[in-house]
Design a protein around this ligand. Structure first.
Ligand SMILES: Nc1ncnc2c1ncn2[C@@H]1O[C@H](COP(=O)(O)OP(=O)(O)OP(=O)(O)O)[C@@H](O)[C@H]1O
Ligand SMILES: [Mg+2]
Length: 239
């Protein structure tokens, strides 16, 4: 069922103390695809992403990438496997400059030439950041900070990018920038898992989507079909 290079989440459960946050969640992200995960507040989206990146422990189930079991490895080891996170709320180093934030993203890359290439590619994706390089990250607007967060993750040269609500609270112009960069990154061969409360953006950007409710997958299917699905429209598109 699974192609060898997929990122596969199999029967995953995470509890906070005794309280289940996600239960028996399974999904598959094929290499080179954009998959979205939509769901309301508290559905368990961030918990799933944190489990994949080793930030919370899986109580049951497995995370498999390129046929290697990564369940409950340390976050640094997950990054070594090429899986990078753009975390919810960005979590920039606020008093550090934009340039320093980007350099932090490349901490595991020794090759100076490669670092330079990654840096140039980030500025190609986000040309507005160039003049901001010497500025402290917390002096930027929300939209610009989100660009820095995406760029910082790209500086690790990931093969999989996980984005946790990258467009939340952003003005429409920034939502468009982030969406189109996510598509561009994917066209360069990076596999993407896009977590969004903004289902419209998620369904338009992705090819396949999973719907999470109360910690469980309740529906999955092609994003273009979901855009016209009456239940999805009512529950997630406000139509
Ligand atoms: N550190 C924590 N300790 C205890 N419970 C938590 C913790 N983090 C999340 N939860 C609970 O786990 C459930 C899933 O939360 P999670 O943050 O994964 O949801 P989410 O889908 O990302 O929501 P949002 O859209 O608001 O970001 C919620 O009931 C939440 O209250
Ligand atoms: Mg969340």
């Amino acid at each position: 069922m699974t192609s060898d290079n997929s990122l596969v989440v199999r029967n995953l459960s995470v509890l906070y103390g005794a309280v289940p946050a996600i239960t028996d969640v399974s999904l598959q992200i094929e290499e080179g695809s954009i998959v979205s995960l939509i769901g309301a507040n508290g559905a368990g989206k961030s918990t799933l992403i944190k489990a994949i990146t080793g930030l919370v422990k899986a109580r049951a189930g497995d995370i498999v990438y390129r046929s290697k079991v990564l369940t409950n490895q340390q976050p640094n080891d997950i990054l070594e496997h090429g899986i990078a996170l753009v975390p919810e709320g960005r979590r920039l180093f606020g008093s550090m400059t934009v340039r320093e934030n980007l350099e932090m993203g490349a901490y595991r890359i020794d090759d100076a030439k490669k670092k330079r290439e990654l840096f140039d590619r980030c500025l190609h994706y986000f040309p507005d950041l160039e003049v901001k390089l010497p500025s402290p990250a917390n002096s930027l607007s929300g939209g610009q900070q989100q660009m820095v967060a995406v760029a910082r993750a790209l500086m690790s040269a990931p093969s999989v990018l996980l984005l946790d609500e990258p467009t939340i609270g952003l003005a429409p112009a920034f939502v468009n920038v982030i969406s189109s960069v996510v598509r561009d990154i994917n066209r360069q061969g990076v596999t993407v898992l896009l977590v969004e409360q903004n289902a419209e953006v998620a369904l338009r950007v992705s090819r396949y989507s999973y719907v999470l409710e109360s910690g469980a997958v309740v529906k999955h299917g092609r994003s273009d079909i979901f855009l016209h699905d009456p239940d999805i429209k009512k529950a997630y598109l406000g139509l």
